[in-house]
Design a protein around this ligand. Structure first.
Ligand code: ATP
Length: 324
């Protein structure tokens, strides 16, 4: 391999820029060329490439988002689209691809490899931490800090007004963000996709804590929580079934995806970029780099896509005990 391409695909996450920087500089370190590919698979099919040297990635390690932009591409799901992408890579002499994204992006990369035998490596970039083969995805730690900061601020107003706040955080399929930030933000209850607390138990628990002398309460709700009601329906139900609180809702939304990456995410991104490039140079393909027991390890892309992450049951128990 003489030239490596790097792209960001799917939802953006803090730390993607730090990973791009790492890929570019690792290429420079090993004296091979690097091209940045704009707008994920869209730019790949259009040949929207830009040569990147070590200096071209200065000043980005601390920036959220992705300088290469990200996109979702329908056309890449078709054989014709992928053929076009392959042609562009061959024209530009690119011999390997680093894909920074989520499981959808990895699925596209894997299919592309199987069709054209083109070497690919994945770096897990998503705030949800929903990818098998890594204890942390890029951006997860930053998102946790962003959410905790928001919870702290909401807590200030909640306690000044005897309010009960339902705060919605990201997590359609997994409750990692909700569970961790709920504990860190001192939430009364945490509603996650993996566990059905039940509406009655929720109201019972909130009533109990109200009677025990609490003057404000916070309930963290993952987008895909198992109770199955949206957060406004939840609020209405609780409003009707308990007294003593003014009930409010706050949906944190996309602010969770932005911001300067945390120290942890910058270091993780730097380590992952080095491993991704060096693995391609060792002729490895179809792996995702991940953090396991504080070591950077390779997991076959197929396993990373199909494997399920599990919620930490110990955290659930800790959260229960803390809301006593
Ligand atoms: P996020 O964590 O934000 O969901 P993601 O990488 O999972 O990130 P997706 O939108 O699922 O995001 O996938 C990104 C892109 O990967 C898609 O727009 C598409 O171009 C490509 N892709 C996904 N699945 C396939 C597939 N089965 N075949 C080919 N390409 C795919």
């Amino acid at each position: 391999i003489k030239k490596i391409g790097v792209l960001t695909s799917g939802g953006d996450s803090p730390g993607m820029n730090a990973a791009i920087r790492s890929v570019v500089r690792t290429c420079a370190y090993h004296d091979i060329e690097c091209v940045g590919i704009y707008r994920g698979y869209e730019g790949l099919m259009e040949g929207d490439f830009k040569a990147m040297d070590a200096r071209s990635v200065k000043g980005i390690i601390n920036k959220g988002g992705t300088i290469l932009k990200s996109a979702r591409s329908k056309e890449f799901r078709t054989k014709e689209g992928r053929q076009q992408a392959y042609n562009k890579l061959i024209e530009a002499n690119v011999g390997g691809l680093v894909i920074i994204g989520g499981d959808g992006s990895f699925t596209g990369g894997l299919i592309f490899n199987q069709e054209f035998d083109f070497p690919v490596m994945g770096i897990p970039g998503t705030i949800d931490n929903d990818i098998f083969g890594t204890s942390h995805t890029l951006g997860f730690d930053t998102a946790l800090n962003t959410v905790v900061d928001a919870i702290d601020k909401i807590r200030d107003t909640a306690s000044s007004h005897n309010r009960l706040f339902f705060i919605e955080v990201m997590g359609r399929d997994v409750g990692h963000i909700a569970l961790n930030t709920g504990i860190a933000g001192g939430a009364e209850e945490i509603l996650i996709p993996e566990e059905d607390l039940g509406l009655d138990r929720l109201v019972e628990s909130l009533n109990k804590s109200r009677k025990s002398g609490k003057t404000s309460s916070i309930v963290i709700v993952a987008e895909g929580d198992k109770i199955g009601k949206n957060i406004f329906e939840l609020k209405d139900y609780v409003d009707e079934n308990m007294e003593g609180y003014d009930v409010r809702v706050s949906v944190l939304g996309h602010m969770q995806r932005g911001g300067a990456p945390s120290c942890f995410d910058r270091v993780l991104a730097s380590r992952m970029g080095v491993k991704a490039v060096e693995s391609l140079l060792e002729s490895k393909t179809n792996y995702m780099v991940g953090l396991l027991n504080n070591k950077i390890e390779l997991t076959p892309l197929d396993n990373a896509i199909k494997g399920k992450t599990k919620i930490n049951l110990e955290l659930l128990r800790v959260s229960d005990i803390m809301s006593t």
